[in-house]
Design a protein around this ligand. Structure first.
Ligand code: RIB
Ligand code: CA
Length: 313
């Protein structure tokens, strides 16, 4: 079986951590490196959280490097109200028992690509600052990327302002660079991640899987679910945004998608960060993105359960 070799650029963050677990557990994915961005929490906390997760997953062999301190232009805005003070509240996680690489995120991305014989897919589950910086500093290596798969944006929805999703909100200028780089793109917008909800009952079932990783995600997801109980969301559970990227790489048939042009607003008073998805081909701009719009939620939840079970001793 040919594996998809990926670099995960993330801002753990509960759902980032779940995406990382899916990648580590899958025989179809080779997680070649992890880089971290500032978003859900400060750059220090997201780096520490990535290291804690890889320690929990017993994958200290995977190189990790921290990235952006701030977005390209805007000041950093974090999401402690969603992910808690640590960025991964809800479970007792081990302290990292290994060190990050002595380089920046973009240097680790460049090193991983230039040393790889196989093509590499960059998966971005936080603000796109590191991806944009990498493309600007190493354009020739950027063009070697097989694809960029990202969680971010939406068609007509928002979760941080009425029309803007958090990852793109934090760094819209970076998103514009990535979306116009001419690299094949797959987008997991809120339109599909809001259908990828896990219920409290399903979270409780995870605790029946008797290994430390499953028990940790039981605590993490119970915490993450709390924020999404507010009636205004109309949710029946917690939307698992970031794991949609890895689930698509593992089993694309789990999703339905449409190919269209996607760009991002960076100047609107009310709409900066809004992803503008040309569903009806009204702009004449070339299509550049596979936009995931539907998911087989039952298959998705089963993938999470099966992945957690791989950590049984
Ligand atoms: O809007 C959801 C996205 O913002 C997810 O990636 C979540 O982890 C946060 O980063
Ligand atoms: Ca994230």
């Amino acid at each position: 079986m040919t594996k998809t070799k990926i670099i995960l650029d993330c801002d753990p963050g509960h759902d980032d951590a779940l995406a990382m677990m899916l990648a580590v557990a899958s025989p179809k994915i080779e997680l070649a490196a992890v880089t971290t961005s500032a978003g859900n929490q400060t750059p220090e906390k997201t780096l520490n959280n990535a290291m804690r997760m890889l320690t929990l997953l017993n994958r200290q062999d995977i190189p990790v490097a921290g990235g952006n301190r701030t977005p390209l232009v805007k000041p950093l805005e974090t999401a402690g109200n969603v992910h808690g003070k640590s960025g991964l509240d809800g479970a007792e996680l081990p302290d990292p028992d290994f060190k990050p690489q002595d380089m920046t995120a973009i240097e680790l991305i460049a090193k991983t690509i230039s040393e790889s014989k196989e093509p590499i897919t960059l998966v971005v589950t936080g603000p796109m600052t590191n991806a944009a910086l990498f493309l600007r500093v190493y354009p020739e290596l950027g063009q070697k990327l097989e694809r960029i798969v990202y969680m971010g944006g939406a068609m007509g929805l928002g979760n941080w302002t009425p029309s803007v999703e958090f990852n793109i909100y934090v760094d819209p200028e970076a998103a514009k660079i990535v979306m116009n780089a001419g690299i094949p793109l797959t987008m997991a917008p809120l339109n599909v991640t809001h259908k990828a909800q896990i219920t409290k009952e399903e979270i409780a079932e995870l605790d029946q899987i008797d290994n430390p990783v499953a028990h940790a995600f039981y605590g993490l997801l119970n915490f993450f679910e709390l924020y999404h109980e507010a009636p205004k969301w109309g949710f029946f559970g917690a939307p698992l945004h970031d794991p949609c990227t890895i689930a698509w790489l593992i089993d694309p048939d789990m999703f339905e998608s449409e190919y269209m042009n996607v760009d991002v607003e960076t100047k609107g008073e009310l709409t900066t960060g809004e992803t503008v998805c040309d569903y009806y081909e009204l702009t004449g701009k070339p299509k550049n993105t596979d936009v995931l719009l539907n998911i087989d939620r039952d298959k998705f939840i089963q993938l999470i359960k099966d992945s957690l079970a791989t950590f049984n001793k």
